[in-house]
Ligand binder design. Structure first.
Ligand code: HEM
Length: 136
């Protein structure tokens, strides 16, 4: 039995969704059509797959070892034209896709655990990025 409801929800999502990456990026491009052009150099989807894998890893890690990596990626993404708000919204988008795919199997424990995990990730934002965004 899985101890972590976030991991449990992701496992359930992977088990019932034939193409998780297509579900995630389909929703991203529907909400933010401008983001699709950023992936023109990735026709095979390898970069997208890798990016999703790293984001999921960071999510499962909570505020642990990979929190610094997320902070660094925020800055890297700013440089390639991904605004901070869009970057940060990716984790919320992931939650929405997983929640919708699980339907009635999305439990209150999952909702609580996801909320806490998203909060932990937001709290670990790179302070350099915050200074930059604030112009300080
Ligand atoms: C909507 C939000 C996001 C957009 C539009 C976006 C866009 C992109 C783009 C265009 C690339 C390719 C960069 C290049 O090779 O020139 C990329 C790569 C990458 N992104 Fe994101 N990103 C987003 C959110 C995230 C998040 C939340 C993470 C979590 C850490 C992340 C992690 C990565 C990683 C690790 C790569 C490198 C993948 C590889 O080539 O191995 N991204 N992203």
């Amino acid at each position: 039995m899985d101890q972590d409801p976030v991991a449990e929800s992701l496992e359930c999502f992977a088990a019932r969704c034939a193409d998780p990456a297509a579900a995630v990026y389909g929703r991203l491009f529907a909400l933010h059509p401008e983001a699709e052009a950023l992936f023109l150099m990735d026709p095979g989807g390898h970069v997208r797959g890798q990016m999703l894998a790293v984001a999921v890893e960071a999510l499962l890690d909570g505020g642990g070892r990979l929190a610094g990596l997320v902070g660094i990626e925020r800055m890297n993404h700013l440089n390639i034209g991904v605004p901070l708000a869009l970057f940060d919204g990716f984790f919320n988008l992931l939650r929405a896709v997983v929640r919708d795919a699980l339907g009635a199997d999305w439990t209150p424990a999952m909702a609580i655990a996801w909320q806490a995990r998203l909060g932990a990730l937001a709290g670990e934002k790179n302070s350099d990025a915050n200074h930059l965004a604030a112009g300080t």
